[in-house]
Design a protein around this ligand. Structure first.
Ligand code: DAT
Ligand code: MG
Length: 149
């Protein structure tokens, strides 16, 4: 089973979208294996977005992510990394399809509501960056046989 790292950003929390967003992944059938509501230390935000360090929007992005609490989560399921990216939608909400989180709920790239890992290697690194092994719970929903053949 694959795992991915998702984070409801400060705008999603401030706008009261936590349950709306979590509900989409729950209803899809994915399994929550870790979750914490937290203020993001600057060093963690800089590490998380390290790949964008040289981009002109980096400082603003780190300011934004550290400006207000986030919901950091790990979700599990078949193809959850790519599937969650589809549920999230394109980086720019103006380009995100209706039906996606960003397409339905967002307006601008700097306030695009949620982060999702983009590949298996980044998912593994981001899960390790945000969670300790003890903070992740391995469990199986009783709906498993109704979700998977
Ligand atoms: P994604 O979050 O879809 O993986 P990304 O990794 O390219 O997108 O960028 C990380 C975040 O940085 C993105 O969610 C919002 C911000 N960002 C990206 N491109 C931007 C831009 N051109 N201007 C402002 N912020 C940007
Ligand atoms: Mg990204």
């Amino acid at each position: 089973m694959e795992r991915t790292f998702l984070m409801i950003k400060p705008d999603g929390v401030q706008r009261g979208l936590i349950s709306e967003i979590i509900g989409r992944f729950e209803k899809k059938g994915f399994t929550l294996v870790g979750m914490k509501f937290m203020a993001v230390p600057r060093e963690l935000a800089e590490k998380h977005y390290g790949v964008h360090r040289e981009r002109p929007f980096f400082a603003g992005l780190v300011d934004f992510i550290t400006s207000s609490p986030v919901v950091a989560m790990v979700w599990e399921g078949e193809d959850v990394i790519a599937s969650a990216r589809k549920i999230i939608g394109a980086t720019k909400p103006q380009e995100a399809d209706p039906g996606t989180i960003r397409g339905d709920l967002g307006l601008t790239v700097g306030r695009n509501i949620i982060h999702g890992s983009d590949a298996p290697d980044t998912a593994e690194a981001e899960i390790a960056l945000w969670f300790t092994a003890a903070e992740l719970v391995s469990w199986k929903t009783s709906a498993t046989s109704w979700l998977y053949e």
